[in-house]
Each structure stands twice: as C-alpha cells, then as structure tokens.
Design a protein around this ligand. Sequence first.
Ligand SMILES: Cc1cc2nc3c(=O)[nH]c(=O)nc-3n(C[C@H](O)[C@H](O)[C@H](O)COP(=O)(O)O)c2cc1C
Length: 199
Amino acid sequence: MPILVSIVYHSGYGHTSVLARSVESGVVATDGADPHLIDVTQMTDRCWEILEASDAIIFGSPTYMGAVSGPFKTFMDKTSGIWFQRGWQDKLAAGFTVSSSQAGDKFATLSQLATLAAQHGMLWVSLGLAPGNNASTASINDINRIGGSLGVMAQANADQGGDVAPPAADRETARLLGQRVAGLAVRFAQAAQLEAVTI
Ligand SMILES: Cc1cc2nc3c(=O)[nH]c(=O)nc-3n(C[C@H](O)[C@H](O)[C@H](O)COP(=O)(O)O)c2cc1C
C-alpha cells in the first residue's frame, strides 16, 4: 500500500496553491508515496476520509493579518470532532505559508499550524533546511531564502500572480518539504511494519 500524504490548503489569490503543487511534486518524487491535494473550500465527505487514511498531512495557508486565513481557520475548527476521537494521533504533519512582505508575520501562521498538529497529537516535521540568503555571497535565489525552520516561509510580490510568484527558490523549498515529509512517512511505516513482524 502506498503511503498517503495529503496537502490541505487554502489560497485566496493563487500563491498558496502554487506552493501546494510544489509540495505535491516533492511527494510524487518519493518512492512509495502518493499525494492528495485538498482545497479547504471544497471539503467533501471523501476529503475527510482521505485525511483519516493519510499517513501525513501537510497544512498550507496564506498569511492574512498575521495569522492563517479565515477559510483555513474554519477548516481548523471543523477538525475538532476528529480531535475528540484522537483521529489524527501520531500522523506526521508539516506546514507552509506565504505572504507579500518578507517577514509579514509568517512565523505566527506556522506556529498556528504546528499548534493545530500538536493538539491532534501529530508529529511535526520541521523544514530541515539551513537558512539561505544570509551571507554576502548568498542570494535571493537561495533555497529557504526567508530562513524558516518550522516550515516553508514563502514570499509573493503583491502585484504578481501565481504564474511568477512566489519565485522558483520558494517553490523548490516547498518541493523539498514535500519530499522530506513523504520520505519520513515511508520510513515511519516501514519501521512500524518491521516492528509488527518482529513482535
Ligand atoms: C486579508 C489579507 C490579509 C493579508 N495580511 C498579510 C500580512 O499580515 N502580512 C503580509 O505580509 N501579507 C499579507 N497579505 C498578503 C498575502 O499574504 C499574500 O498576497 C499571499 O501571497 C496571498 O496568498 P494566496 O494567493 O494564496 O491567498 C494579506 C492579504 C490579504 C488578502
């Protein structure tokens, strides 16, 4: 059975959905893992079933007013029934966000996503990349150019659409997060299988 990695996101103007597809491409590149993209504004019973069956869930929201967007918060609140049942306990989790300013209070958004995961008893996977663009020899084209560690921090110019923003460096950062989470999810499942056989 392939490992299922869901990417659940909201995007008002297309920037977060570009990142969601980059995360998806990182999952696709991982042997044994299948991605599932879920838009929080299109939730169906099937979407909730897929989330329940997922080994890992990667959360993505734009930063609106220094927080997750309203539609993403609505999704968060809808997960309270799952929280009661401990339905997402021990699944892997990770997150990504984008804002128009370089900082833009994105840390607050990633903190909200990590807290959501912790409330559900999930295991938060950090970005796992050294910060880029922080030396005289560095550039804005570096991977992890914003220097996040909790998750992907991307930046999209306010006057550009999803065809060009966020730029390639941020898309690659998001792709690497998808690959990291999927790789860990596969290893986690293999370890559980081995443990079951040994017992
Ligand atoms: C209601 C609203 C609030 C926003 N608040 C912030 C903010 O706090 N910090 C920031 O840097 N950008 C802010 N922005 C800009 C968005 O974060 C940015 O345009 C982002 O790329 C949008 O992603 P999306 O296209 O997936 O919706 C805000 C945009 C909107 C519409």
